[in-house]
Ligand binder design. Structure first.
Ligand SMILES: [Zn+2]
Length: 290
C-alpha cells in the first residue's frame, strides 16, 4: 500500500471557465459560468507516493479553504481528485481538443463531505453532544448529515456519493429527541457508513505477482490501492479511525503528518528528512546573516 504511485502536475495548474468548454460526454449540471480545472493544460506530470510522503493529507484536504487559489495550490502539490468528466477545451492558440476536467463545485462538495465527516467523528470521540447536533440530525430513526446543511451550502448537490439520509438503529420508534448516548452512537454510525461508501467507490483490492521478486519482498501479495486522490484521503481517514493514529503539524512546511507515538513531543518536529534539513539550513543561514 505504501508503494501506491500517482501523478501530480509538474507545473502550476490553470483553470478554465465553463463557457470556454463544450461537453463531449456527460458534464455535471451547474452554473453556466462554473469554473473547471483542465487536465489538457498540464501535459507534464510527476510521479509521487502520496500515502508514504503525505501521511496527513486527508487533514490538509479537510481544511482546504473554499477559494480557487487554495484549490489550485492543492492540485499543483498533490494532483487531481479523480472526479473527472470529458470536455472539449479551447486553450489560447489551440484547437479544441477533448480533455479531462474537474469542476470546482465538485471539489468543494467532496471537501465539504470529508471535512464535515471528520469533524463529526472528532465531536463523537469527545462525546460533544452539542457539536454533534450542529452537524447532524436524527428524526424518527433517520440520521442525516446533509439536510441540516443544504440551505447554507449550494455545492452539496454536487455530491453523487451519498443518499441524503440513512435509517439507523438509534432513536427509532420514538418521537422523543434522542439522548446524548444515542446521538453519539448515531454520529459514529453515520461516519462509519459514509467512510465505507467512499471506500467502496474509491479504493480497490489488488493482487500483485512480481516476475522477479527481490529478496526482501514477497513475490505475491494482496494490497489496498486507492483509485485516485479521493481514494488516498478516504483510506487515510479510515486508517486514522481504525488504528487511532495521531497527527501534528510540521514545524517547517506546516503540513499535517502522522506521529508514531504520543510520547516525547519535542519543540521542533518535522514531517520528514527534507523538512528537517531545510529547517537546519534556514537556521544556519540566519546565523550567518546575523
Ligand atoms: Zn514538512
Amino acid at each position: 500500500m505504501q508503494q501506491y504511485v500517482m501523478d501530480r502536475p509538474a507545473k502550476t495548474v490553470r483553470i478554465v471557465l465553463r463557457r470556454d468548454i463544450s461537453p463531449v460526454g456527460d458534464l455535471p449540471a451547474g452554473d453556466p459560468e462554473e469554473l473547471f480545472l483542465a487536465y489538457g493544460w498540464t501535459e507534464e506530470m510527476k510521479k509521487f507516493r502520496p500515502l508514504r510522503d503525505y501521511t496527513g493529507l486527508f487533514k490538509e484536504f479537510a481544511e482546504l479553504k473554499p477559494q480557487t487559489s487554495a484549490v489550485l495550490r492543492f492540485v499543483s502539490d498533490y494532483g487531481f481528485l479523480g472526479c473527472t468528466s470529458l470536455a472539449n477545451i479551447e486553450a489560447p492558440g489551440r484547437k479544441p481538443s477533448p480533455s479531462q476536467v474537474e469542476s470546482l463545485a465538485a471539489w468543494s462538495a467532496h471537501r465539504w463531505l470529508l471535512g464535515t465527516t471528520l469533524e463529526l467523528w472528532q465531536h463523537a470521540l469527545d462525546e460533544n453532544e452539542e457539536g454533534v447536533s450542529k452537524l447532524m440530525s436524527v428524526n424518527n430513526g433517520i440520521v442525516s448529515l446533509v439536510e441540516h446543511h443544504l440551505a447554507a451550502n449550494p455545492t452539496i448537490p454536487h455530491i453523487d456519493l451519498l443518499p441524503r439520509s440513512m435509517s439507523s438503529p438509534f432513536g427509532s420508534g420514538s418521537k422523543d429527541a434522542p439522548g446524548k448516548e444515542a446521538m453519539i452512537g448515531a454520529a459514529k454510525w453515520l461516519v462509519n457508513g459514509t467512510v465505507n461508501r467512499a471506500l467502496d467507490r474509491f479504493v480497490r483490492l489488488r493482487l500483485d505477482v512480481q516476475q522477479e521478486p527481490t529478496h526482501d519482498t514477497e513475490s505475491e501479495s494482496i494490497s489496498l490501492e486507492p483509485a485516485s486522490l479521493l481514494g488516498v484521503v478516504w483510506l487515510q481517514f479510515a486508517l486514522y479511525i481504525a488504528e487511532h493514529k495521531n497527527y501534528q503539524r510540521c514545524s517547517h512546511c506546516n503540513r499535517w503528518y502522522e506521529v508514531q507515538t504520543k510520547l516525547a513531543r519535542r519543540d521542533k518536529t518535522y514531517c520528514g528528512v527534507n523538512c528537517r534539513s531545510r529547517a537546519y539550513r534556514a537556521r544556519k543561514q540566519q546565523q550567518e546573516d546575523e
